[in-house]
Design a protein around this ligand. Structure first.
Ligand code: BG6
Length: 463
C-alpha cells in the first residue's frame, strides 16, 4: 500500500457535479417543457458559443446507466446533479410529467445501486420558460411555484435522497440576468436584481420549510459560490472596499441562509440608496425559521478589490461596484486557458471563516475545477487528454482543504466540476472541465489522465 501524504476523514465525499440542463440533453423529449435556455437558444442561437444549444448535452438522459458505471469506475462515492424543473413540471406549475418521474427515480436508483450517494439540487439556472413570461424571479408567484415544485420532488424522491440542495449559485442568475446580460432577461437594473435576490433567499427558505414539514430524515442546504475577498493593500480605503464587496457578493446570501437574517449593514445601505426590494413582513419570519443544515461551497477564484480611484458618478444608476473596484494583482497565478486567477489558499480562508463565524456549519466543496479552452491540443495519440495541469490544480486545492480539516473545519467532501465535459450556458463547450472528455458528434467518452488520477485518490481516500 502506497503511503499517503494527505489522508482524508472516513466517509469523505469523492465525486463530481453537474446539472440537469448541462448534462441530460433530450431537451424536447420525454414530455419535457421548455426552460429559459431552450427558449433563448431557439430565439437567438448566435449568442451561444459555436451555436450549440442545450439539446446537445452529453445525453445523460439516455446514457445515464453507462455514465454511472463510468463514475463508479472512477472512484465516485457521491455525485451531484439537479432535477430539471421543466422536465418534471413542464409548465412550471401544475401537472407532473410521469416520464420524468420514471427517469429520475431510475437514475437515482442506479446511483445507489452503484454505491454512489445521490446529491440532488433543485435549481441550476433553469427556470421553466412559461414562468419567465410571468415575470420570472421578479414575481412572488415564482417563489410559490418553486416551493410547490420542491415539495413535489421531496414527495416523489424523498425516500431515495438523503442530501438535497435548493439552488446552485443564486447570485449568478441575479447578476447575469439583471446586471451583466449573460442570462435572460438580460437587463441592467439593480432594483430588479435585488428583488430577484430576495425571492431566491425566500424561495430557499420556503422549500426548506416544505421539506421539514414532511418529516423526512435527510439534510437540506443551498450551494453558494463564494470567493474570499482580499483588499489590494492594508489602507483603510482598500479594506473598506473589500468589506463592502464581500457584503454584496457573499454575505448577502450566506447570512440569511445560515443565520436567518440579512446583514443589518446591507439593509441600511440599500435603504439609504432607496434600493430595498418589496417584501412582506412574514418573509423575514420564514427566512429566520428555515436555515440550512448543510452548505455546498463552490470555489473557483478569489475576489481582489481596491477602493475606487474616481468616485462613482452620483447620477449613474445604482450598482454594487459603486463602492469598490476590481483589482488584478500583479504576478497572480492564472489559469491561462480560462482567464481566471488560481489561488488555492482561498478555499482554506473561506473554510476558516465558516468555522469561526458561521458556527462551523457542515460544508462540502460542491464545485472546484479548471476550465480549459482548446483542450484537445493536450491529447496524446490515443486521444487521451494529458491534463497534468488539472491534476496539479486539484491536488493544490485538496492540500488546503485537508489542512482546513485538520484545523477543525467541518468539511465533508470534494466534488469536481465536472464528470464529463458539459454544455455550459452561453459558453456551450468552450471551456472543458471534465474528468472525461466528450466527442460531441459521436458522444464518445474518453477518460482523461486526471480521471485515472482521481480514481486512485478516491479509492485511497487521499494522495
Ligand atoms: C459554475 C456553474 O459556476 O461554473 C456551472 O455552476 C458552470 O453551471 C461552471 O458550467 C463553468 O462555467 P464556464 O463559464 O467556465 O463554462
Amino acid at each position: 500500500m502506497k503511503s499517503l501524504q494527505y489522508t482524508f476523514p472516513e466517509g469523505f465525499w469523492w465525486g463530481s457535479a453537474t446539472s440537469a440542463t448541462q448534462a441530460e440533453g433530450g431537451a424536447g423529449e420525454g414530455g419535457k417543457g421548455f426552460n429559459v435556455w431552450d427558449f433563448w437558444y431557439q430565439q437567438e442561437p448566435d449568442k451561444f458559443h459555436n451555436q450549440i444549444g442545450p439539446a446537445d448535452a452529453s445525453s445523460f438522459y439516455h446514457n445515464y446507466k453507462n455514465d454511472i458505471a463510468l463514475m463508479k469506475s472512477l472512484g465516485h462515492n457521491s455525485f451531484r446533479t439537479s432535477i430539471s424543473w421543466s422536465r418534471l413540471i413542464p409548465e412550471g406549475v401544475g401537472e407532473v410529467n410521469p416520464e420524468a418521474v420514471t427517469f429520475y427515480r431510475n437514475m437515482i436508483d442506479e446511483l445507489k445501486q452503484n454505491g454512489i450517494e445521490p446529491v440532488i439540487n433543485l435549481y441550476h439556472f433553469d427556470l421553466p420558460a412559461p414562468l419567465m413570461e410571468q415575470g420570472g424571479w421578479e414575481s412572488r408567484s415564482t417563489v410559490k411555484a418553486f416551493a410547490d415544485y420542491a415539495e413535489q420532488c421531496f414527495k416523489l424522491f424523498g425516500d431515495q435522497v438523503n442530501y438535497w440542495f435548493t439552488q446552485n449559485e443564486p447570485i449568478v442568475p441575479v447578476e447575469a440576468g439583471y446586471l451583466n446580460v449573460y442570462h435572460l432577461p438580460c437587463v441592467v437594473d439593480f432594483r430588479r436584481a435585488v428583488q430577484v435576490a430576495h425571492h431566491f433567499v425566500l424561495a430557499n427558505a420556503c422549500a426548506i420549510d416544505r421539506y421539514r414539514r414532511l418529516n423526512l430524515t435527510g439534510k437540506i442546504g443551498i450551494i453558494l459560490n463564494m470567493s474570499p475577498t482580499y483588499p489590494r493593500s492594508q489602507s483603510p480605503e482598500d479594506i473598506e472596499a473589500a468589506r463592502l464587496a464581500d457584503l454584496f457578493n457573499t454575505r448577502a446570501f450566506l447570512e440569511p441562509v445560515t443565520k436567518g437574517k440579512y446583514p443589518k449593514e446591507l439593509v441600511a445601505l440599500l435603504k439609504e440608496h432607496e434600493q430595498l426590494p418589496k417584501y412582506e413582513r412574514q418573509d423575514l419570519d420564514v427566512i429566520a425559521a428555515n436555515t440550512i443544515d448543510v452548505l455546498g461551497f463552490n470555489y473557483y477564484q478569489p475576489r481582489r478589490v481596491k477602493a475606487r480611484t474616481e468616485p462613482y458618478p452620483a447620477d449613474a444608476p445604482f450598482v454594487p461596484w459603486k463602492f469598490y473596484d476590481y483589482y488584478a494583482m500583479p504576478g497572480r497565478k492564472m489559469n491561462k486557458h480560462r482567464g481566471w486567477e488560481i489561488y488555492e489558499k482561498g478555499v482554506y480562508d473561506t473554510l476558516l471563516d465558516l468555522r469561526d463565524n458561521y458556527n462551523n456549519i457542515e460544508v462540502y466543496i460542491s464545485e472546484n475545477g479548471m476550465g480549459v479552452e482548446g483542450e484537445m491540443a493536450f491529447a496524446n495519440a490515443a486521444g487521451e487528454i494529458q491534463d497534468d495541469y488539472r491534476i496539479e490544480f486539484i491536488q493544490d486545492h485538496l492540500q488546503w482543504i485537508h489542512r482546513a480539516h485538520t484545523e477543525g473545519c467541518n468539511v465533508r467532501g470534494y466534488h469536481l466540476w465536472t464528470f464529463i465535459d458539459c454544455w455550459s450556458w452561453l459558453n456551450a463547450y468552450k471551456n472543458r472541465y471534465g474528468l472525461v472528455s466528450l466527442d460531441l458528434a459521436t458522444q464518445t467518452r474518453t477518460v482523461k489522465k486526471s480521471g485515472h488520477w482521481f480514481r486512485e485518490t478516491a479509492i485511497n481516500n487521499g494522495f
